[in-house]
Design a protein around this ligand. Structure first.
Ligand code: ADP
Ligand code: ADP
Length: 228
């Protein structure tokens, strides 16, 4: 298993009350597969993804990604893991407003061990002609493609997408999703995506349904095109 999460628990304490956000979550995803986490708002999806991405820590349980036990890493090792192995994509693109498209991507390329070539990345996301534009000059779909370029330029093993189409209309969402599928196919990047859109589950190898901090159902689609 490329991602193997076992009995992950996480609580948050506010004042004197402790709330269990993840109540013993286990999931597995093979290398090169696409997994979708489906569930209502507040069910713990982002918390789960943040822990798998090394930006938040579990209270207990095992989180193995590509053979690395995240729970056993110190802060520096966790930073290296995030920087070298994980690309993040969010609902609201999080681009740096006063940097051009190319500069936004370079920020990440410059701290990457083995970055992909800038022209290759711009071409992959279809933004060759926009490389000198600023984010505000782009449509929402284009801004999300910059964010995808920034996430893939370091050639991460794992791409974590938190509601990547949440701010986009239907047609634009479709083109962003097909771009992600193409990345999965061409670069072999394993993708884990959060959504509350059940239709997006159809493109995944595995769908995890989350309710109140638990995975209540795991659906594996054996013969999808994304496999292998
Ligand atoms: P989802 O992504 O499914 O909407 P989240 O993982 O974002 O769910 O949040 C699950 C619950 O955890 C929510 O009730 C949220 O308020 C709470 N939560 C998330 N992060 C924190 C935090 N840092 N401190 C306290 N509570 C948090
Ligand atoms: P560090 O502590 O080394 O600065 P960060 O957590 O800031 O590490 O980021 C490490 C990697 O995680 C970055 O290379 C970046 O790709 C990704 N990342 C983290 N947060 C964001 C974000 N808000 N937007 C885009 N990428 C992010």
């Amino acid at each position: 298993m490329f991602i193997a999460v076992k009995n992950l628990k996480k609580s948050y304490t506010t004042g004197k009350s402790k709330t269990e956000i993840l109540k013993g979550v286990s999931l597995g995803l093979e290398k090169g597969q696409t997994g979708v986490i489906l569930g209502p708002s507040g069910s713990g999806k982002s918390t789960l993804m943040n822990i798998i991405g090394g930006v938040d820590l579990a209270d207990s349980g095992s989180i193995r990604v590509d053979g690395l036990e995240l729970a056993a890493l110190n802060d520096d090792q966790l930073t290296d893991y995030r920087r070298d192995s994980v690309g993040f994509i969010f609902q609201f693109y999080n681009l740096v407003p006063n940097l051009t498209v190319m500069e936004n991507i370079e920020v990440v390329a410059n701290i990457s061990k083995a970055p992909l070539d800038m022209d290759t990345v711009l071409k992959a996301v279809g933004l060759e002609t926009k490389k000198r534009n600023f984010p505000r000059e782009l449509s929402g779909g284009e801004q999300q493609r910059v964010a995808i370029a920034r996430a893939i330029v370091k050639n991460p093993k794992l791409l974590l997408c938190d509601e990547p189409t949440g701010a986009l209309d239907y047609e634009t969402s479709r083109s962003v999703l097909s771009l992600l599928q193409r990345i999965n196919r061409d670069l072999g990047t394993t993708i884990l995506m959060i959504t509350h859109n059940t239709a997006i589950g159809d493109m995944a190898n595995v769908v995890y349904k989350v309710r109140s901090g638990e995975i209540v159902e795991t659906i594996r689609h054996e013969e999808t095109t994304a496999a292998e």
